[in-house]
Write a protein that binds this ligand. Structure first.
Ligand code: YXS
Length: 259
């Protein structure tokens, strides 16, 4: 594999992002390695998955690879998008997926962390959800991940400001399960994973599936779904979306006009 490394320790599967030159951006290439890795660990009956970056990184993941975002006029977060497929694979994995975070987490990577069953981090961690920074029409299922996990006012502040949330605040508002010192992060996470592997795997996978089903059972009428999709299209067709992506690639501040 080119962008990740994997390791199995007993019934624990570990996936490490390993594309530091691109800030572990969630490119199709990287994600196309993550999904088979999850499948492989499932075949090997790994009960717990740890998703991590290398110990010394500044950036856990810079989020969606902006260079791969679809051009205006096409939905950037369509159902078969590699990141959406990965989020579904994490939700469907028959055991807990723990995000072990050292470094900053951006955009789609923040959604990835919020989709994991638990998040354990050290004080270098920070979390930013950034669609408004580049004019992205975020998808409704993605918004649901934050609405399920956080108080609405906190989730809205994260989306509307796109500001990174520090580790200290992330533990206060419920993004993190645990905040531990840098030097204890790996041992603490492994200890929790190890503890889980001593419990009944069938019961664990049932309860995880019950959580997934209940949390996704958010009633929305077909007409409301169509309406939201229509609103999303207005955004991904907009000049602002084009400006947001272009400004990022040109390394300048975007100028939004609301069209
Ligand atoms: O200049 P080169 O060619 O070396 O490339 C630079 C950056 O352009 C590149 N890079 C990325 N390329 C594609 N997609 C990305 N998400 C991305 N992030 C960074 O990596 C090279 C080094 O970046 P640089 O010079 O900025 O490094 P830094 O250490 O000064 O700053 C690290 C970051 C992560 C703070 C900074 O790169 C940054 O703010 N990146 C963008 C983070 C972000 O907004 N991610 C959201 C992506 S869009 C997404 O996930 C969703 C669609 S949504 O927006 O809806 O949430």
């Amino acid at each position: 594999m080119q962008f990740i490394s994997t390791e199995q320790r007993g019934k624990i599967g570990i996936i490490t992002f390993d594309n530091p030159t691109k800030m572990n951006a969630l490119s199709e290439g990287l994600l196309d390695e993550v999904i088979p890795a999850l499948e492989d660990f499932k075949t090997k009956k790994c009960m717990v998955i740890i998703l991590r970056a290398k110990p010394d990184v500044k950036v856990w993941s810079a989020g969606h690879d902006i260079k791969e975002l679809s051009k205006p006029g096409r939905d950037p977060l369509f159902y078969e998008n590699a990141l959406e497929k990965t989020l579904r694979a994490i939700e469907a994995y028959p055991g807990p997926v723990i995000a072990m975070v050292h470094g900053s987490v951006w955009g789609g990577a923040c959604d990835l962390a919020m989709t994991c069953d638990m998040v354990i981090a050290d004080p270098t961690a920070k979390f930013a959800i950034t669609p408004v920074k580049i004019g992205v029409a975020y998808n409704t299922w993605g918004v649901l991940h934050f609405a399920k996990r956080l108080q609405p006012n906190i989730a809205k502040e994260m989306f509307f400001t796109a500001d990174p949330v520090s580790a200290e605040r992330a533990i206060q508002v419920g993004i993190l399960n645990h905040l531990v010192p840098v030097e204890q992060l790996e041992a603490f996470t492994m200890e929790m994973a190890q503890k889980i592997t001593c419990n009944a795997p069938l019961s664990i996978s049932l309860i995880k599936e019950q959580f997934r089903t209940l949390q996704n059972a958010t009633p929305i009428s077909p007409i409301d779904f169509e309406r939201l999709q229509g609103l999303r299209r207005t955004v991904y067709d907009s000049k602002d979306y084009n400006e947001g992506v272009t400004a990022f690639l040109e390394k300048r501040k975007p100028i939004y006009i609301g069209e």
